[in-house]
Design a protein around this ligand. Structure first.
Ligand code: KIV
Ligand code: ZN
Length: 514
């Protein structure tokens, strides 16, 4: 295997989905998987097949659709998980099973309640079984950062003999420091027998803000796969951010002397897609994909950039996809142009009804907004296909907001097909609307996040609202977009409440027993 190729393993659809409220529908996962394929990601971790029937189906659909990237499913080191993962990836042109077990004393003793010998035995059994489904088997030692080196050497030797082709070393809790992490890789590569026959991989969490730095330190020490996510999404503080890893390696080729196969012009569009689907906004000062990443505020910087761009810019905005933000359609565009542009954006609406529904929304939007951009289209199709499970629907909304008066809302909803009315007041127009909705729905949930972002610039831009609600420990996000932000807010709240009404039986991969 080439020593100067860095494999990019994207886990937005698995570890990223473990962010609170970021769980995605099958169609949403498919849209992100297509975008990742377009970006030429090497491996897409599409989910955890044993988590739920929904996750199994999503992985299978991605395996059926994606042809250029390897499609992977996570599996704990148990027969049930490996078989589910093996079946889910069966249709893939290239399929991988990623099996893992915890190896740190604290995890083995307190979580798994297994002895080190039992852990090695389970890992070897899991890898052997996974090899019955595919030659491409990855093994991870969960909490490797707090595992004893001698034990890591022992378990990695055993799983390589059992047939693992990629050895992933995760900093599960985000505890590593770059120089120590690099030293760990150097020692493992030196001590593990046949280490040159496998790909060494790093998977870092961002609890101390060092996920990218640690991943890059591992690459310097010989890792040739980085596990990362779009926008750094992931469990708790998230994972290493794909766009930062890729652009660091590319911009500092002099230091890394390594290449990724990534089409970097897809970074910004994919970041926007993931943000709009998960409802996780990208902070403006986020490297590469934040709105300010290439904005120069001070006069001295602006002057310098105008005279010679490289005075203050180490990368070109167009190389990471900032200029792919194209004006695409207008009021007079027809159904075919609409369908074609959606296809170019990787959006395949499954049925004619879904296309018709999206086209009707497009026409409505085009009446209110002269210029429609790709971002508008992405927002427009988010949630299309969910109509089947939409038991709560906004019929109409009237809001009165006047200086010196208490904001007042009249809300009409369809609840399981029945029309229901409410009048309410609130601290502001959005508060009044939410109170009206809750007085009808009686969800008993708590609103834990409310945020508004403009999708494009200008005062006629669509506002994209994200809300997060929580009930009995279950957290869901909802999104809504409209040129009227009060209507966008009502749509987002109803989207979250609709999702909350759906039964959920998902298993968290890292909490259950093996
Ligand atoms: O953080 C972690 O250890 C993981 C493993 C399942 C690879 O996500
Ligand atoms: Zn992780």
């Amino acid at each position: 295997m080439s020593n100067n190729k860095l494999i990019i393993f994207d886990t937005t659809l698995r570890d990223g989905e473990q962010s609170p409220g970021a769980s995605m529908t099958r169609d949403e996962k498919l849209r992100i998987a297509r975008a990742l394929e377009r970006m030429r990601v090497d491996v897409i971790e599409a989910g955890f097949a044993a988590a739920s029937p929904g996750d199994f189906e999503a992985i299978k659909a991605i395996a059926e659709t994606v042809k250029e990237s390897t499609v992977c499913s996570l599996a704990r080191a148990s027969e049930k998980d490996i078989r589910a993962a093996g079946e889910a990836i069966r249709p893939a042109a290239r399929g991988r099973i990623h099996t893992f077990i915890a190896t740190s004393p604290i995890h083995m003793e307190k979580k798994l309640r297994m002895s080190p010998d039992q852990v090695v035995e389970a890992a070897v059994r899991a890898v052997r079984l996974a090899r019955e489904y595919t030659d491409d088997v990855e093994f991870s030692a969960e909490d490797a950062v707090r595992s004893e080196m001698d034990f890591l050497v022992r378990i990695f030797d055993a799983v390589i003999q059992a047939g693992a082709k990629t050895i992933n070393v995760p900093d599960t809790v985000g505890y590593a420091l770059p120089d120590q992490w690099a030293a760990r890789f150097r020692e493992l590569i030196e001590r593990v027998p046949n280490s040159d026959k496998v790909v060494w991989s790093t998977h870092c969490h961002n609890d101390l803000g060092m996920a990218v730095a640690n991943s890059l330190a591992a690459v310097m020490a010989g890792a040739r796969q980085v596990e990362c996510t779009i926008n750094g999404l992931g469990e708790r503080a998230g994972n290493a951010s794909l766009e930062e890893v890729v652009m660091a390696v590319r911009t500092r080729r002099d230091a890394f002397q390594i290449e990724t196969g990534i089409d970097t012009t897809q970074l910004v569009p994919t970041s926007k897609l993931v943000s709009s689907i998960t409802g996780y906004p990208v902070q403006p000062n986020k490297a590469i994909v934040g709105a300010n990443a290439f904005a120069h505020e001070s006069g001295i910087h602006q002057d310098g950039v105008l005279k010679h761009r490289e005075t203050y810019e180490i990368m070109r905005a167009e190389d990471v996809g900032w200029t792919t933000n194209k004006l695409t359609l207008g009021k007079l565009s027809g159904r075919n142009a609409f369908r074609t542009r959606l296809q170019e954006l990787g959006v395949e609406l499954e049925s004619e009804e879904a296309l018709n529904a999206a086209f009707a929304r497009f026409k409505e939007l085009a009446d209110k907004k002269r210029e429609i951009y790709d971002e508008d289209l992405q927002a427009l199709v988010t949630g299309v296909g969910e109509e089947a499970v939409e038991t709560l629907r906004l019929i109409s909304l009237k809001v009165c907001s006047e200086t010196g008066e208490t904001p007042h809302a009249q809300v009409v909803l369809s609840v399981d097909g029945e029309e229901r009315h409410a009048e309410s007041v609130g601290g502001g127009p959005v508060d009044a609307v939410f109170k009206g909705i809750e007085s009808i729905v009686q969800s008993g949930s708590a609103l834990t996040l409310y945020s508004v972002n403009n999708i494009t610039s200008g005062t006629d831009a669509q506002g994209e609202v994200t809300v997060r609600v929580e009930k009995d420990g279950r957290i869901v996000n909802g999104q809504g977009a409209d040129t009227d932000i009060v209507i966008a807010s009502a749509k987002a709240y109803l989207n979250a409440l609709n999702r909350l009404r759906q039964p959920e039986q998902r298993q968290h991969p890292q909490l259950g027993d093996v």
